[in-house]
Design a protein around this ligand. Sequence first.
Ligand code: BES
Ligand code: MN
Ligand code: ZN
Length: 497
Amino acid sequence: MSQRLKLEIKAPDAVEGQDLVVLVSDTLALPEAARRPAGEGAQALLARAAAAERFKGKAFSGLTLPAPEGAPYERLIAIGVGAQDERAGLDFVKLGGAIAGRLGAGRSAEIVLALPEGKIDAQHGADLALGLRLRAYAFDRYKTKSKDKDEAEPRAVTLRTADPAALKKALKAADAVAAGVIQARDLVNEPPNVLYPEEFAERAGKLEKLGVEVEILDEKALKKIGMRALLGVGQGSRRESRVVVMRWNGAGKGEKPVAFVGKGVTFDTGGISLKPGAGMEDMKGDMAGAACVVGLMQALAARKAKVDAVGVIGLVENMPDGNAQRPGDIVTSLSGQTIEIINTDAEGRLVLADVLWYTQERFKPRFMIDLATLTGAILVALAQEHAGLFSNDDELAARLAAAGTATGETVWRLPLGKAYDKMIDSKFADMKNAAGRHGGSITAAQFLQRHVGETPWAHLDIAGTGMAAKDSEINRSWGPGWGVRLLDRLVADHYEG
Ligand code: BES
Ligand code: MN
Ligand code: ZN
């Protein structure tokens, strides 16, 4: 909820903050630009403290010391950037995260934006600022105790740079992306009694303020369109289902848009094929795909990306009431194909089947990428290290892989093929929604592929990466906002202008 960070950009003159942050390599030499502000004695003090603490300037490590006698600040924070020959690969977003991790609640800090060997360019400075913002985020909306509130006190950070104008400019895009990631995190973290389909749709509707066109399709509209697979999932819930269509026309040339589709199961009990109780609370995160699409559309609009993009999300709650769908039911999806329900807990593919078909029919997009917390099996295969990638298009897959490496939101491609496709043939209908345990993530992807036609398409299974995140330098939140940076980068690198 709160970003807990107030950021200012200033020229390198006086030191006004309580903490002074400097970047040092394995030589521990203070950067030229940091020497005057750090003050006399700082270099010697750092050398002595580093020896005592075995601080060697390793990338992302840090050392906090009291300021030297007579200095105008209170603490010196040295952050390692590693040896000079490793500098080319230095991740400035992660570096910003490591810095934010050492800042105190309610304190002010100055960061001297300079490396031991010289200046940091505006883009890297903006990356660092993005890392600061992402690390400083915490979802504390429902904390009422003062102990937690103290921690939420903002950190006032000043970035000191020789070229404030260039950094301010680069920061506009970085701040748009940060806000998009934070939007996605908020949505994933929200409890399922608060964030049900209608409420989710309303929050997506707020993107109109940024110039995104938002259409909200209610159940009446969805029935009329014929999204019976999606509606079948929602029919056991007291909450109504919704589909939201978001359009950002930043290229404005009337060419084919790029399209992003998200699974938005605001809570997944499993339905009549009820999940076990232990850990079920995590299933509030079963809308992380939809959250990513909203965060991405927000980022694209806020940075005025020169691209025509559509985002379509399917929002349902999977509950087991007296009207719920049963194993054995057969539904007709929007594509006209029939589906035998084997397991009501394999609901994400039913939602996506209709939304994918709808998106390609209506928008004829250049490509379609869906994100979904689709299978537990993807955690068995890849743990939380990569999202599973499935695609019918090698170029799109390669571009996603490259964007993944560049952002650290990495993907790993898994196969599709005839033999796997056969595994979802049904005795009674055109296909069934669940096969055996073997290749569970692949058969889920095959099911989706039966609903994308000839459109270049990629599916990202984010059950491992999109929720219940491990702590990292840039994230301490349960919902990491995974995928916003990946897809923003994909668009920026290949589909703008
Ligand atoms: N939402 C779950 C997948 C999931 C599992 C997401 C763990 C995040 C963490 C999905 O709807 C589901 O229940 N999938 C089933 C499919 C099976 C019934 C074929 C699964 O993975 O067990
Ligand atoms: Mn499920
Ligand atoms: Zn699910």
